[in-house]
Design a protein. Structure first.
Length: 389
């Protein structure tokens, strides 16, 4: 990316000469969906992301997949190629959306891949959804998510001039399936992990992995955030410590994410301020360098020398420890639900949402901490019903 990012009069700007322009021009940098330039007190990384969007929009190349007759298969292939570069983190790593897009389009490609896209109708999209529902293997929410990605592909195809606007309008009208209105199974709510199960599980883990689980439980961060934690991302000059993950789930929306680290988690992390292992407090190499006692199995499903954990290897290690500890299997993301439930019980849903990094009033916070709803209701309005009821 060429050009200069700078702040002027309290706003972020991007000065660059884009392809086709005769001279350099300063452009205000904005978050997605916003008309106002980012203020200079927002992190520079948000300005960099906004500049990347301007640069990529101006230099975007035509997909290398050659579209000859605009069949469904060819449009799907072109869209999947587009996802390889579009869905990525600031560090260049692809997100899970790439593989999910491939899964979502599979039924459409199998049923109509050889047909011209212009021959498709709204009824064909309904038949694709029916095929997804046929064997009952997918939940209702998964079918809705798959169909949403298909609609997203048709919207992209219109922007890429691969289909006419009237076709896009017809193919994107399939509405989401409503809860409890189909024969499909409803998703099982994600419940918090009992603290007793957590303690039994960490007792069957190497110390470094066990500490990773403990810090995860005490902070409520996402699994990918605890895996990516490095000391250069943590501001230890203040109390509580402030951890700014290098990437996070809502980064593409221009949202800022910080994780506050309290006294208990600080005491655990302080054991690993040795400057080793590329600054990762939690790293597979630490387990290899300090083998656990003979009664504890390390379970490192990764190559020797790997710098950090990822969500897949972290989940594998937790699940294997559950087997060894003889507790009901749980996954790392449920630690976030445990944290949310505890905070909501003591301090309310707004505090829980703020610490989880949810936007104010988010329904997601309610889903993460539904177990605390009744207690919160009694605490906040119980006195009212006692008075008037």
């Amino acid at each position: 990316m060429k050009g200069t990012i700078y702040n002027n009069n309290g706003k972020w700007y991007y000065a660059v000469r884009l392809p086709g322009e005769r001279k350099r021009k300063a452009r205000p940098l904005k978050a997605p969906g916003h008309d106002v330039a980012l203020s200079a007190d927002r992190p520079r990384e948000l300005a960099v992301q906004a500049a990347w969007r301007i640069w990529e929009d101006a230099t975007r190349k035509v997909p290398t997949t050659t579209i000859r007759s605009n069949t469904v298969e060819e449009i799907c292939a072109a869209y999947l190629e587009h996802t390889l570069t579009y869905y990525r983190r600031p560090d260049g790593e692809q997100t899970s959306e790439v593989s999910l897009a491939r899964l979502s389009l599979r039924t459409l490609r199998d049923m109509y891949g050889e047909q011209p896209a212009t021959a498709l109708t709204h009824g064909d999209m309904l038949r694709v959804r029916e095929a997804m529902c046929a064997d009952g293997a997918l939940s209702r929410t998964t079918v809705n998510a798959y169909m949403a990605r298909i609609r997203r592909m048709w919207t992209w195809a219109l922007d890429a001039a691969l289909i006419p606007a009237v076709l896009k309008a017809e193919l994107t009208q399939v509405q989401p399936l409503k809860p409890n209105r189909t024969t499909l199974r409803e998703p099982v709510p994600v419940m918090p992990v009992p603290d007793a199960d957590i303690e039994r599980t960490v007792a069957a883990m190497p110390e470094n992995v066990a500490d990773m689980v403990r810090v995860h439980r005490l902070t409520g961060m996402r699994p990918e955030e605890v895996c990516a934690m490095r000391w250069n991302h943590i501001d230890t000059s203040a109390t509580p410590w402030v951890y700014r993950p290098p990437f996070h789930k809502t980064q593409w929306r221009g949202m800022v994410r910080v994780v506050l680290i309290g006294a208990k988690a600080r005491a655990i992390l302080s054991k690993y301020r040795d400057g080793k292992f590329d600054g990762y407090p939690f790293a597979p190499a630490r387990v290899i360098a300090n083998p656990p006692p003979s009664g504890i199995r390390a379970h490192l499903p990764i190559k020797r020398g790997t710098a950090s954990w990822n969500t897949a290897t972290y989940t594998f290690a937790v699940r294997r420890a559950c087997v060894n500890a003889k507790v009901s299997e749980w996954t790392p993301n449920r630690l976030r639900h445990s944290f949310a439930t505890e905070v909501r019980r003591k301090y309310g849903i707004r505090t829980a949402g703020a610490l989880l990094g949810h936007s104010d009033g988010s329904r997601i916070t309610d889903g993460y901490s539904r177990e605390a709803y009744v207690e919160e209701l009694v605490r906040t309005v119980g006195g009212v019903i006692e008075e008037i009821g």
